[in-house]
Design a binder for this molecule. Structure first.
Ligand code: DTR
Ligand code: ZN
Ligand code: ZN
Ligand code: CA
Length: 435
């Protein structure tokens, strides 16, 4: 896992950079219009949390791997899904001398070659009931699955839900699932959505910045509520999406924060308490049903349903249009001068579109170093991506939407990339314009 290096930028710049960095790229395409997802009743989600709490109380105070409380949690979730018409299966594994269980639930129907998965880990740590971590994700995914059944949803894609064992011991259950999934079956996974801690008492609204279409789907949902979101950057490798990402499955998810401290800037936009952890009971015995923020749990549960309804609606159609591209590699000097890659646009009439799609693929080992601009034929610059000292992830692979309607379409367009921070290097791999 890459450790984010603190850059010697003034804090204000850091905050601004971090804020600007949330201006995530537009989705590569907007999924077809879909029926709106139903509201997920908060009361139903909380009823599952009450059950998880009761289970922990009746089983030594926790729901940890290898303990009776975990298997009782699995049995509870499985019974709900069986009654709702799911095809369920328990996948057993052994870890630390104890038997672990993944619960896999398939919703009948949909294209078996396009499987959309949503999952959450069901185990807690041994020190407590694990209601936020991760009863919250487990209950939201369960209630969304039950909402699919209530609606008798018949999406284009096949839906599969999963509750993982032994995440707290190192993503053991999800790794076991992925490692034992035949390559042919892996290739059918259109996406994996992960929900691990989504009801934190001092909540933030973080969206995983992995697959751009999944990320945009969540961002669109929160934009509809006028709730600002931030990129979830410290999560790479820290939850059950990691094994899927490592084998090339598009992943995404939501996170309301753990032991990191909420900044004053975050408290200003989200409410809550600055200078306090997002979840003060992270991995502690106080992670009970009292350790939940209802508003965050409600909003995030509804976002889970929105993503399932939207992303299962069928193949995301790429933008129609004429593509002009350049696949020549151009190295980007570390902390140095800007470089450009050109595309000659011909045969167009009039001006460029107000929703010009700019697809970029820049390989880099610390994408926060990069400032990326589109230069129109007359030299006008359109900022696609700002630098961010906190975005330590690799590569900029995204599609941006630019209002280029003031520009003549024909002519030489350029992608301009500048690395503004020392260390870490990269190159423009390819880019394209879709008119
Ligand atoms: N590892 C998870 C909690 C966690 C910590 N950081 C992130 C980032 C993204 C998702 C989850 C997490 C756990 O303790 O279960
Ligand atoms: Zn945990
Ligand atoms: Zn967790
Ligand atoms: Ca650099």
């Amino acid at each position: 896992m890459k450790l984010a290096r603190l850059r010697s930028l003034p804090v204000a710049a850091l905050a601004v950079a971090a804020l600007l960095a949330t201006a995530a790229p537009a989705a590569q395409a907007t999924p077809e219009a879909v029926a709106a997802a139903p509201d997920i009743p908060l009361a139903n989600v909380k009823a599952h949390l009450t059950q998880f709490q009761s289970i922990a109380t009746a089983n030594g105070g926790n729901r940890a791997h290898g303990r009776t409380g975990y298997k009782a949690s699995v049995d509870y979730v499985k019974a709900k899904l069986d009654a709702a018409g799911y095809t369920t299966a328990l996948q057993q594994f052994t870890y630390g001398g104890a038997t672990g269980y993944n619960l896999i639930a398939d919703w009948p129907g949909g294209d078996p070659n396009q499987v959309l998965m949503a999952g959450s880990h069901l185990d807690s740590v041994t020190s407590g009931a694990g209601i936020n971590d991760n009863g919250s994700g487990s209950a939201a995914v369960l209630e969304t699955a039950l909402a699919v059944s209530r609606a008798q949803l018949a999406p284009d894609k096949h839906l599969r839900f999963a509750w993982w064992g032994a995440e707290e011991l190192g993503l053991v259950g999800s790794k076991y699932y992925v490692n034992n999934l035949a390559t042919t079956e892996r290739s059918k996974l259109a996406g994996y959505l992960n929900f691990d801690m989504i009801g934190s008492p001092n909540p933030g609204y973080f969206v995983y910045d992995d697959d751009p279409v999944i990320e945009q789907t969540f961002k669109d949902y929160y934009a509809g509520l006028s709730i600002p979101t931030e990129i979830e950057t410290e999560g790479d490798g820290r939850s059950d999406h990691a094994p899927f990402k490592n084998v090339g499955v598009p992943v995404g998810g939501l996170f309301s924060g753990a032991d990191y401290t909420k900044t004053s800037a975050q408290a200003q936009k989200w409410g809550g308490t600055a200078g306090q952890a997002f979840d003060r009971c992270y991995h502690a015995s106080c992670d009970t049903t009292a350790n939940i923020n209802d508003t965050a749990l409600d909003r995030n549960s509804d976002a889970v349903a929105h993503a399932i309804w939207t992303l299962s609606a069928g193949t995301v159609t790429p933008p129609a249009g004429t593509v002009f591209s350049n696949a020549a590699n151009v190295s980007v000097p570390d902390n140095g001068a800007a470089v450009t890659s050109s595309v000659a646009v011909t045969g167009r009439t009039g001006n460029a579109p107000s929703a010009l799609k700019v697809g970029v693929d820049i390989k880099h080992t610390y994408r926060g170093d990069l400032v990326v601009d589109l230069l129109a034929p007359d030299g006008t610059a359109y900022r696609l991506k700002n630098s961010s000292s906190s975005d330590s992830a690799d590569n900029v692979i995204a599609t941006y939407t630019v209002n280029a309607s003031a520009e003549t379409a024909n002519g030489t367009w350029k992608l301009q990339v500048r690395d503004v921070a020392a260390q870490d290097t990269g190159y423009i791999d390819s880019w394209q314009l879709t008119f």
